[in-house]
Design a protein around this ligand. Structure first.
Ligand code: C2E
Ligand code: MG
Ligand code: MG
Length: 597
């Protein structure tokens, strides 16, 4: 194959434009220009016209001629430098980027290689744009990172504040109950694993109430703050202090080996808290009573440690101010007995082990039966007869009194209905109602239901309340009593003289009867005794108010005489009749009067 022909065919098939030209002087401008001698087939693809049409023509007039490509300068440069000249140029005429290389050939000919690099350029631009976007994104990212950090910092501050609020007491900044519980849990766990000991102390301030009343609450708050500061000084001795609110503080002490060390430490704390305080420029003395329980000697659960320390505190306070009590076995025995009683009481309720006895009440003047008071009785298999004075308070504390009280009321009213229908009883039956029972939201509904179920006339029922009910929320108690009265049921004030004992409130209560406590009756016979005078005054006033008066606990004939003298209407006592089991009552209902032996 002819080599010339071979190379020519290669050049012809190249996609880029190859032009060979020779320098001439432009007749119009006199500038050096180029006469086209050869152009490869790519020209036909680019321009759509045949190659022959531009052969022999001036370069700057033809190929991208009207564009701004500086052909003449480029040509001059390549001829002068004799080295390839290269440039990239945007032709506005064809709106394309061109890569142009000029090479000087032998005999003053110039070869032009023109490649369309528009796509390459566009990708470059795109790349540049993307890079710019990327850098703006990265700066945005940096800004949002920064913002995020600020937000996170804010959240952290907020969290710290929240934690402070949730776990620390605001006044003293000591751990509060929640924090204390988790601290105690951890310490208990560590002590169990490490077989170490620790003590839990509870104390309250002996004179905070007096201080609040005399110097004001700000002084009280200041005292609490200063106590907390003094307690913090014992941190180095392993004392963790916390405040449960009010004047109640708790301490955990876990850096001691012997009881003597613990005693020394607690005495030190107590002494430090006894040092005078300066409150509102006044020097004030204060003291604390402390109850202590230890792990593992006294208890090994959080609940029991707290409970026992509290029992020890009650014991300390019972012994006076500035006292210290360690929980010990005697307390534990009392406590166990109490727990035992609680459990037995719940079982007794389930098994209906209770019974009602009925103590008769008689008219002093006519000796006639006025009615009965229902009194609860409980006979435990193991404990024997348990007095209501012992089990009623426990039932009240455990709120068992609510179902028990309902049982008592229903049982008593059923018996009353039976006596009315079978024995023609037309007297009154009194039922004792505990304050907790009376204030329970269901009480009035239960009363209405019992009345409806038994069909007894409401006036034959009398509810005995105590002054205790009036202590908290007098108005609410009066409202409930008014509703009872509206049902037609009588209301008797029991044990008058032992509690609140104010005659002034009697006029506000819708009472039918007042029962004078047996403590008054006991001494009523002593000549010119205070009890006689007081009882006399009470009865005179109460009679004027139109209420029935009952003297409780009448045991002797002399007491009966004194009662007759002061014109008390009714008596109830061992003298005229002890509480009787239900079966013994019909005989008394039948006779209808009391007889003295
Ligand atoms: P209370 O309601 O004042 O009942 C009178 C208490 O005095 C009864 O004691 C009765 O047996 C006793 N008593 C009556 N006459 C004499 C007497 O001449 N001398 C002496 N020394 N005592 C006499 P009881 O039955 O042991 O009840 C004690 C307290 O337990 C009651 O005092 C009452 O407060 C409470 N209680 C008894 N039964 C119930 C009940 O069913 N429900 C409620 N909530 N409390 C009850
Ligand atoms: Mg009573
Ligand atoms: Mg009484």
């Amino acid at each position: 194959m002819n080599t010339n022909h071979f190379f020519r065919s290669i050049i012809e098939s190249l996609p880029e434009l190859i032009v060979v030209a020779t320098p001439v002087s432009d007749q119009e401008t006199g500038e050096t220009d180029f006469l086209i001698e050869y152009v490869n087939a790519a020209w036909e693809v680019i321009s759509g016209s045949r190659c022959e049409t531009i052969l022999g023509k001036i370069l700057s007039h033809t190929i991208y001629g009207k564009s701004t490509i500086p052909w003449q300068e480029l040509g001059k440069e390549v001829l002068k430098s004799k080295r390839p000249v290269h440039c990239e140029h945007f032709s506005e005429l064809v709106e394309k980027w061109l890569d142009i290389t000029l090479i000087k050939l032998e005999g003053n000919h110039v070869c032009l290689n023109i490649t369309d690099i528009t796509e390459l350029k566009q990708s470059e631009v795109r790349l540049k744009q993307q890079n710019m976007r990327l850098s703006s994104l990265s700066s945005e990212l940096a800004t949002s990172k920064n913002n995020l950090k600020i937000k996170l910092d804010k959240i952290e501050t907020l969290n710290t504040n929240l934690e402070q609020l949730a776990y620390y007491d605001r006044l003293t900044e000591l751990p509060n109950r929640t924090k204390f519980n988790s601290m105690l849990k951890d310490i208990l766990c560590q002590a169990k694993h490490g077989e170490t000991r620790f003590a839990l102390a509870i104390f309250d301030i002996d004179n905070l109430k007096t201080l609040n009343d005399s110097l004001g609450y700000d002084a009280g708050d200041e005292l609490i703050r200063q106590i907390a500061m003094r307690l913090n000084l014992f941190r180095k001795d392993g004392v963790l202090a916390s405040r449960f609110g009010g004047d109640e503080f708790l301490l955990i002490m876990n850096h001691y080996d012997h009881d003597a060390e613990l005693l020394y430490l607690i005495n030190g704390i107590q002494e430090s808290l006894r040092e005078p305080y300066s409150l509102m420029s006044t020097e004030v003395k204060s003291s604390v009573s402390i109850g202590v329980a230890t792990f593992p000697e006294d208890a090994d659960t959080m609940h029991n440690l707290l409970k026992y320390a509290d029992i020890a505190l009650t014991d300390a306070k019972r012994r006076g101010k500035n006292t210290l009590s360690f929980f010990h076995t005697i307390m534990q025995e009392t406590l166990l007995q109490r727990i035992n009683l609680e459990q037995k009481l719940f079982r007794a309720m389930e098994n209906e082990e209770f019974e009602l006895y009925y103590q008769p009440q008689f008219d002093v003047g006519t000796r006639q039966l006025r009615g009965f008071e229902a009194l609860a009785r409980w006979n435990d298999m193991e404990l024997g007869a348990v007095s209501p004075d012992r089990f009623i308070p426990v039932a009240e504390e455990t709120r068992l009194i609510i179902p028990l009280g309902e049982w008592i009321m229903r049982n008593a009213c059923t018996t009353l209905q039976e006596w009315q229908s079978v024995h023609g009883f037309n007297g009154i039956l009194s039922v004792n109602i505990s304050p907790i029972q009376l204030k329970h939201s269901d009480f009035l509904d239960i009363l209405r239901k019992v009345l409806a179920d038994t069909g007894i006339p409401p006036r034959s029922l009398e509810l005995e309340i105590t002054e205790g009910i009036l202590i908290n929320d007098f108005n609410e108690s009066v409202r409930i009593l008014e509703e009872i009265k509206a049902l037609g049921v009588g209301i008797s004030l029991d044990d008058f003289g032992t509690g609140y004992s104010s005659l002034s409130y009697l006029q506000y209560l819708p009472l039918t009867t007042l029962k004078i406590d047996k403590s008054f009756i006991e001494n009523i016979t002593q000549t010119k005794s205070r009890e006689f005078d007081i009882t006399n005054a009470i009865v005179t006033l109460v009679n004027k108010l139109g209420l029935d008066t009952i003297a409780e606990g009448v045991e002797t004939g002399e007491q009966l005489e004194a009662i007759r003298e002061i014109k008390c209407k009714t008596i109830q006592g061992y003298l005229t009749g002890k509480p009787l089991p239900k079966k013994d009552c019909p005989a008394l209902i039948k006779s209808g009067i009391y007889t003295l032996e």
